[in-house]
Design a protein around this ligand. Structure first.
Ligand SMILES: Cc1cc2nc3c(=O)[nH]c(=O)nc-3n(C[C@H](O)[C@H](O)[C@H](O)COP(=O)(O)OP(=O)(O)OC[C@H]3O[C@@H](n4cnc5c(N)ncnc54)[C@H](O)[C@@H]3O)c2cc1C
Length: 467
């Protein structure tokens, strides 16, 4: 299917189907924020279906008319998975945003694909529960987008990624069939578990319309601390110590290398006497428990042990929820990096913990050999082995430099048992690394699945699989 101008009469038929107010083009479309990729709304036409039936009808309309579809949720995706071009139709899930059913006894929530993560978190918190997954983009990222990218985030080391939080799912397939598998149980051994084909498919196999998520108890109290440590090995060891703390739960264990912390701290005007700012790596840890009083004491006990192991360590335990938020902003305000280095080349890799020191020990000198002024900004969800690596350079790089950097970042990821894309997906921007690092058998099966379910290339062409 090619991205040519829309067939005559297509937009009128769409408007008849959904109503004038729910089809946007021209000025009405220009008023919509394109999100993290300025090409997201380049199609010039956006549909806002209000029900699964409307999604199915418009998918059939597109298929008949030979128009390809780009599904969009919150447009916070970072790998060009929802970029569109003239001749395509953007299908937004913004109207499918209801938190439909929350059962605090069975601990499940059913939500429309367009519900933001934060709206689900807030609905769950009212019952002392949480969806067990959390991302800095929580206010905008949608349940459907998170399913489609198999999002990971802060709590993945404990609770798994989006795939592990989903009990049931409804999606409209490329031929307009509605696959409704909204079970609300953990156990279902009823043949192929097809929802897992759609999870992580980035809109290439259908449009997710609704999902059932597991909920977990939300701890009544939480505390956060920042540790300055001598090495990544030390941060990994501190995570193990924190996991073993009695009576509390480790909820987050993030790492920030000094160049990254320097940049966000500088931009936010943050400083603290308690933290030595010359440490090479910092660990940001949050713990949860039954009551506020015991949590700082747990961190103090941890810090005493850390000092025995690493006498040069420094630490700061947040004394108020305001201080806790300030510490988290140092880690979560990653857009500050892109303000400093617009379109900076960025990577999202994961490695088994035991491989991280050796991987960085190889990569950092190699990047310095490519360009002595590279000082990568590294941070990430260290407890699950996920590193975000952003170069201190506006993008795009010169093609030959970009190729050398990619080779350096990805070269041994597969042999080390990791992934070139930890949590952001493949999108349109990471097909090259997928083809370079995937097992040929797996790659062939990906193409076979796409060709079987979407033979006309209706759904998000050019994402994961080349057109
Ligand atoms: C500041 C910031 C921090 C972030 N932190 C994290 C993080 O910690 N962990 C993480 O995993 N990601 C993170 N992300 C990336 C992003 O938020 C996630 O990928 C998120 O899952 C995307 O959700 P979305 O609703 O914005 O999807 P979109 O960006 O709209 O779409 C993403 C992909 O999913 C497809 N899609 C969207 N909705 C549907 C649907 N209903 N059916 C089928 N396909 C659909 C799109 O076609 C596209 O391919 C971060 C992004 C930002 C901007």
């Amino acid at each position: 299917m090619t991205a040519l101008p829309l067939p005559a009469g297509f937009e009128d038929r769409l408007r008849q189907l959904l109503g004038q107010a729910h089809v946007k083009s021209g000025d009405a479309l220009d008023a919509i924020d394109p999100g993290w990729n300025r090409n997201n709304l380049k199609s010039g036409l956006l549909a806002l279906p209000g029900s699964t039936e409307e999604v199915a009808s418009l998918v059939r309309l597109c298929r008949e008319a030979g128009v390809s579809i780009v599904p969009q949720g919150g447009r916070t995706g970072l790998v060009g998975g929802s970029v569109s071009a003239p001749g395509q139709l953007v299908v937004s899930t913004a109207r499918l945003n209801a938190v439909e059913r929350l059962d605090p006894i069975e601990r499940t929530v059913t939500a429309g694909a367009g519900a933001s993560l934060q709206s689900v978190q807030e609905a769950a918190a009212a019952h002392g529960l949480e969806p067990g997954i959390d991302l800095p983009s929580r206010g905008t990222a949608t349940i459907g987008g998170m399913i489609s990218t198999n999002a990971g985030g802060i709590m993945a080391f404990r609770n798994g990624v989006m795939r592990h939080r989903i009990l049931g799912l409804e999606a409209v397939l490329p031929d307009g069939t509605v696959m409704s598998d909204c079970t609300r149980v953990v156990k279902t051994a009823a043949g192929y578990d097809l929802k897992h084909l759609v999870i992580g498919a980035e809109g290439t196999l259908g449009i997710v319309t609704r999902a059932v998520l597991k909920l977990d108890p939300l701890p009544q109290a939480s505390a956060t601390a920042l540790f300055g440590l001598p090495s990544v090995e030390a941060v990994l060891e501190v995570i193990q110590l924190a996991l073993a703390l009695p009576g509390v739960t480790l909820r987050a264990a993030e790492a920030m290398w000094r160049p990254f912390l320097d940049l966000t701290a500088e931009a936010l005007g943050w400083r603290s006497e308690a933290i030595d700012r010359s440490a090479p790596v910092y660990g940001l840890l949050s713990i949860g428990g039954a009551e506020d009083a015991s949590l700082p004491a747990a961190f103090e006990t941890l810090f005493e042990t850390v000092l025995e192991r690493f006498p040069q360590a420094t630490g700061l335990i947040a004394q108020s929820s305001r201080q806790e938020r300030e510490l988290w902003r140092l880690r979560e305000d990653t857009d500050l990096v892109y303000h400093a280095y617009p379109a900076a080349p960025s990577f999202d890799v994961s490695l088994p913990q035991s491989e991280i020191p050796a991987y960085l020990g190889r990569l950092l000198p190699e990047l310095a050999r490519i360009d002595g002024a590279f000082e990568p900004l590294i941070f990430g969800h260290l407890a699950d082995g996920n590193l975000h690596i952003i170069l201190n350079r506006p993008g795009p790089l010169e093609p030959d430099v970009a190729a050398k950097v990619e080779t350096a970042v990805y070269r041994d990821i597969r042999e080390r048992g990791g992934s070139f894309s930890a949590e952001h997906g493949v999108g349109s921007q990471r097909i090259g690394p997928l083809e370079a690092t995937a097992d040929p058998g797996k790659l062939a099966l990906i193409r076979l699945v796409k060709a079987s379910l979407d033979p006309h290339g209706t759904m998000n062409p050019g994402v994961i699989v080349r057109r």
